[in-house]
Design a protein. Structure first.
Length: 117
């Protein structure tokens, strides 16, 4: 199993950024996918999740209306579109396949998102 993340970097407050995560090594459409984040000195947060079919999503309260999780099962890819970014969104963001169907979970290596002027 591999989760290869891309995107991230420095963006000004109010800006937008899109993270991508290409999965391989498993039947992508069978699994819920998640994005987590962790800022220095803070606890890890579940930012968003999406069902295997992409028909249901859930979000951290603080990102509702600003972030959108999506997936393209034909491309084995999940996305996190982040709009209206705030300095408090600064964190390392991780793409995650949570444990399911008797199989272990897997994490991407993470990508840094920094929101600063």
């Amino acid at each position: 199993v591999q989760l290869v993340q891309s995107g991230g970097g420095l963006v000004q407050p109010g800006g937008s950024m899109k993270l991508s995560c290409v999965a391989s090594g498993f039947r992508f459409s069978w699994y819920k996918m998640r994005w987590y984040r962790q800022a220095p000195g803070k606890e890890r947060e579940l930012v968003a999740e999406i069902t295997g079919a992409g028909d249901n999503t859930n979000y951290l309260e603080s990102v509702k209306g600003r972030f959108t999780i999506s997936r393209d099962n034909a491309k084995n890819t999940t996305y996190l579109q982040m709009d209206g970014l705030k300095p408090e969104d600064t964190a390392m963001y991780y793409c995650v396949r949570p444990p399911a169907l008797g199989h272990a979970g897997y994490w991407g290596v993470g990508t840094q998102v920094t929101v600063s002027s």
